[in-house]
Design a protein around this ligand. Structure first.
Ligand code: LLP
Length: 430
């Protein structure tokens, strides 16, 4: 039986070999070496257009949360499809500009915006600052005054909704560092409305990531609409509601997911019902745009029999893909070549681990694999929060990134060269 593939449209087995669109992944691994990130352009496009299609009847803006995968080729292609961007640093804005994205479709989120970042964003006339605290609001007024400009703002409110996801990626609870408590929001909005250097344009929330059920989004929506009522009674009108990140994705077989259109319809129904159907709907989706579109291909170096466990030691490590060890995230790992039933290689249970000197350096535990050294494996659903969270730990070079479109493929990031890793370091003679 062939292994489960989370996106079985753009990734598939043909004659027992794993392909991305119309390219065998083995060909890419041979040409560029391993580890290597490979993305399917059509998978990204379909995921993005699923939201766009669902949002089409309503005023909307899809802002791709580029922290999920910020390669400028991907930013460029999404911008061409009409995407705006959710950024969390000046560096991310620089990437949008480099990729010919439109700063006027950029939202700036994050709890720690610096003076320089605010100034840079204001110079580029971004769509909106998602303000996360009162001191930040004051800082934005200060910078806007210095530039003699008006900053468009929305408050990121913390609706105290449990997103029922991993605690590290749950953000909408009282104990989280994010947003302004929903009870304080009316007072802060009133304060903002009095400044000549601010224009209130919306309300925003983000309750967490990898949320597979739509009900936490709907609970948050109710609370945002209650707040909109309070603001209306104070004469504060809104242009948009920003619902934060998108839906979760499939990592494991059997996971039930909602389609983007179910989320959009259910939210819009609530807005309509409460008299806010005319407001622009904004999403800051990251994972659901690129997550299932990428794989990380790695080569098996050794199979090692431990005293109680077998280890499949690969050339990819926690520095390339930190999700399993950081969040105990389960990611599907499949062989690029599936051996036939009757072949003498036996299926065994392995922990798939990397070469880094840490016990936490693992990609998957207790995985049944029929493999031998030199075989290639693919970590599936690796398109989001893979490359962007990678590091150089153990002086390991970051993998290249390849984008597949049909039968063509393109290097969108080269494998790093070792010299680059220490070219900005300086030896001192003491
Ligand atoms: N907007 C804000 C303000 C966010 O903080 C995030 C994600 C998003 C949007 C995008 O959410 P998404 O559509 O991707 O669910 N590294 C973790 C995920 C961290 C998410 C942080 N914030 C992981 O690998 O699971």
């Amino acid at each position: 039986m062939l292994p489960f593939l989370p996106d079985d449209k753009n990734f598939s087995y043909r004659d027992n070999e794993l392909w991305c669109e119309r390219v065998p992944l083995k060909q890419i691994a041979e040409e560029f070496g391993t580890p290597v990130y490979v993305y399917s352009y059509n998978s990204i496009k379909e995921a993005f257009l699923a939201y766009q299609q669902a949002l089409k009847p309503y005023p909307h803006l899809m802002c791709y949360a580029m922290k999920a995968n910020s390669n400028i080729a991907i930013i460029h292609l999404l911008a061409k499809l009409g995407a705006g961007f959710d950024i969390v640093s000046g560096g991310e804005l620089r990437r949008v500009i480099e990729a010919s994205g439109d700063p006027k479709k950029v939202l700036f989120s994050g709890v720690g915006k610096t003076y320089d970042e605010i100034a840079y964003a204001l110079e580029n006339d971004i769509k909106c600052f998602n303000v996360e605290s009162e001191p930040e609001l004051e800082r934005i007024i200060e910078v806007a005054k210095a530039q003699n400009k008006v900053a468009r703002i929305s408050l990121r409110v913390n609706p105290n909704v449990d997103a029922k996801t991993h605690p590290y990626i749950s953000t909408g609870l009282k104990q989280n560092k994010f947003g302004i408590a929903i009870e304080d929001a009316p007072r802060v909005y009133e304060k903002a409305s009095k400044s000549d250097f601010l224009k209130i344009t919306g309300i925003d929330c983000h309750i967490g990531s990898q949320i597979t059920d739509i009900s936490p989004f709907l609970d948050a929506c109710d609370k945002l609409l209650d707040l909109a009522d309070v603001l209306k009674s104070k004469g504060i009108e809104l242009d948009h509601i920003d619902f934060g990140g998108g839906l979760g994705i499939v990592y494991e077989e059997g996971q039930e997911l909602h389609h983007a259109s179910e989320l959009v319809e259910a939210l819009h129904q609530k807005m309509e019902h409460r008299g806010y159907g005319h407001l622009e709907m904004i999403f800051e989706a990251g994972r659901s745009i690129v997550g299932n579109s990428g794989v990380l291909v790695t080569e098996i170096q050794y199979l090692k029999e431990g005293e109680t466990k077998n280890f499949c030691i690969v050339d990819t490590a926690m520095n390339d893909m930190i999700r399993p060890t950081l969040y105990q995230a389960w990611m599907q790992i499949v062989p690029l070549h599936v051996y036939p039933e009757n072949c003498p290689i036996k299926e065994e249970t392995f922990d798939v681990v990397g070469p880094i000197c840490e016990t936490g350096d693992w990609l998957g535990k207790d995985r049944k694999l029929k493999v031998q050294p030199g075989d290639l494996l693919a970590v599936m659903s690796a398109g989001a929060y893979g490359m962007t969270m990678s590091s150089h730990y153990n002086t390991r070079l970051k993998p290249p990134e390849i984008l597949v479109d049909g039968a063509e493929y393109y290097v969108i990031r080269e494998r790093e060269k070792i010299e680059k890793l220490f070219s900005s370091e300086h030896i001192v003679e003491l």
